[in-house]
Design a protein. Structure first.
Length: 256
């Protein structure tokens, strides 16, 4: 069986500290970036999708990809309409907050691969989960430009086995569907799943009983006022928070 591979298509965007070079790329010119040209470091998730963009939660995010990049060079729809398949940058790509909208906006814009000198952990994991490939290997660029198919192993090097499987299947959802196809009954034999399930049952049960049910029953039974109801509900919330913190240990003790 041949080794799984992927062909990366589209243009390469290299945001540089030289604003003119960036402007030319966005205008449609394929600019040859010199190795001496400084790429932008520390492109944060807040620059990829500023806070006001995060009100969107669907493909609309792609229209605002990188609109917060310092200098204001990138406007709405610039990445999506630019035909970019690869985005290249300097150190610490994806720093800042852990917002999942950032890699999603890139993927939705048609970007298949992000290459940077270093990639922040949470951003990298979010990218893996949605099927956006990442790498710190700049030698991939000439191979992509020549139209070569790149082995998936190039993007899983150094990853733990689970993460490598997720990348190899094109994201977490695809990996889960493949892994559990026709095997959902086996979940009840999985100790990790059962522990999480019992833990969540404790949490949800505590929420329903203490926050909603108990105050209503007690107030109606004893003819209490709205003030009594509020006091009981606040007590219920406090109890719920306490129980939620112990849910994991309770599941381990009484579950599996």
């Amino acid at each position: 069986m041949s080794e799984p591979s992927v062909r990366i298509t589209g243009r390469i965007l290299s945001p540089t500290e030289d604003a003119e070079l960036l402007r030319r790329q966005l205008a449609g010119e394929d600019v040859a970036i010199s190795p001496d040209e400084k790429l932008i470091d520390n492109i944060s998730t807040d620059e990829m999708t500023p806070g006001w963009v995060c009100y969107y939660f669907d493909e609309t995010l792609a229209r605002f990809c990188l609109v917060g990049l310092r200098g204001g060079s990138i406007q709405k729809d610039a990445i999506k309409s630019g035909g970019f398949g690869v985005i290249v940058s300097g150190r610490s790509k994806g720093c800042g907050s852990s917002r999942e909208t950032a890699p999603y906006s890139e993927l939705g814009s048609g970007v298949q691969l992000v290459i940077a000198e270093s990639i922040e952990k949470i951003y990298g994991q979010n990218a893996q989960n949605i099927g956006l490939l990442t790498s710190t290997d700049f030698s991939l660029l000439p191979r992509i430009q020549r139209g070569e198919e790149i082995p998936i192993a190039e993007f899983t090097r150094g990853l733990d086995p689970n993460s490598a499987q997720i990348v190899g299947h094109g994201g977490l959802f695809a990996y889960t569907r493949r892994r559990m196809a026709g095997r959902y009954a086996l979940l009840f034999k999985d100790k990790v799943f059962l522990r999480y399930a019992i833990s969540q049952a404790f949490v949800l049960g505590g929420l329903l009983v203490f926050v909603f049910g108990a105050p209503t029953v007690l107030v109606r039974s004893f003819g209490g006022s709205i003030a009594d109801f509020i006091i009981l509900q606040m007590s219920g919330i406090a109890t719920f928070i306490l129980c939620a913190n112990f849910a994991g240990s309770l599941a381990a003790r009484f579950g599996v």
